[in-house]
Design a protein around this ligand. Structure first.
Ligand code: SAM
Length: 290
């Protein structure tokens, strides 16, 4: 261990005390205090001297520091302005780090990539995410189709399992389909609560999402496809026909039945039983009736 590492209990407590920093639950602040875990996350993220890293929520800089040692450049978005002077001190030795004091959900990440990471032939998002907004962060970045090669991020274990779920499993829903449309997800490690200050109330896991060059399937209209997917899950225990009747107001019930028949999906099926490919066929059939 490097004597300067931020991610130890003593160093973290020292930094928090020095700045009289009070952890904000509302921002999902759970700081990592284990360098081994951080190194494993960085190993899984496959970064090297050619990689530009985007980090979300550097906190006091514990992960940022380990990323900076291996990557070409690290751009870290931190919403909490009281962490900015702390990061200026803890990361002062790493000239390849830039902190942006912004909400990641409001940030223009595309322009940032063009300005800051144009020299990087490989771009990765690596983060210990704020759990209260994991889904919007991931979906917002994926939907923008940014030139990001992969994501290696810590999140609530339950959400990670959802992203990796398959048809007819409890975890499978519209979020699973959206993530698998753009990426290949894999849980790479489970992380115990004991490596955080404060300890989160939920279990954690690190997930890797490898961006696909092209979405897993071709659809006539992506927006409509996602509308059909979301609509099919609005009430999990209802049949796909009942859910679609309720969610696709622009299509009459007979046409919904006809489309289901055309793609060989019995109207009594539940959304959770359908593969992404079946959803694609169904949405391409349904759109003909809009
Ligand atoms: N990376 C640090 C670590 O591993 O110790 C801190 C991780 S902590 C789980 C989440 C971090 O995300 C906090 O620093 C929090 O202030 C920041 N954060 C919360 N909401 C954010 C947002 N909308 N945009 C950017 N950062 C955010």
């Amino acid at each position: 261990m490097d004597k300067k590492d931020i991610a130890t209990v003593s160093k973290t407590v020292e930094i928090l005390k020095k700045y009289d920093f009070h952890i904000k639950k509302a921002y999902g602040q759970n700081f990592l205090i284990d360098v081994n875990i951080l190194n494993k996350i960085v190993d899984h993220s496959d970064i090297d001297i050619n990689t530009g890293v985007i980090e979300i929520g550097p906190g006091i800089g514990s992960l940022t520091e380990q990323l900076a040692k291996r990557a070409k450049k690290v751009i870290a978005y931190e919403i909490d302005k009281s962490l900015i002077p702390i990061l200026a001190e803890t990361l002062q030795d790493y000239k390849n780090v830039k902190i942006i004091n912004e909400d990641i959900l409001q940030a223009d990440v595309k322009s940032m990539i063009n300005e800051e990471l144009q020299a990087c032939c490989d771009i990765a998002v690596v983060a210990n995410l704020p759990y209260y907004i994991t889904t919007p962060i991931i979906m917002n970045l994926l939907e923008q189709r940014l030139p990001i090669n992969r994501y290696c991020v810590m999140m609530q274990k339950e959400v990670a399992q959802r992203l990796c779920g398959g048809p007819s499993t409890k975890a499978y829903n519209s979020l699973t389909i959206a993530v698998q449309y753009y990426t290949i997800p894999k849980i790479v490690m489970n992380v115990p609560n004991s490596v955080f200050i404060p300890r989160p109330a939920v279990d954690s896991a690190v997930i890797k999402l490898l961006s696909r060059d092209e979405p897993i399937i071709n659809v006539l209209d992506e927006q409509f496809f996602f509308k059909v997917v979301r609509g099919s899950f609005i009430q999990r225990r209802k049949t796909i026909y009942n859910n679609l009747k309720q969610s696709l107001h622009e299509i009459n019930h007979e046409d919904i039945l006809m489309a289901l028949k055309k793609v060989n999906i019995p109207p009594v099926t539940r959304g959770e039983a359908l593969t992404i490919q079946q959803f694609a066929m169904l949405s391409d059939e349904l759109i003909k009736h809009t």
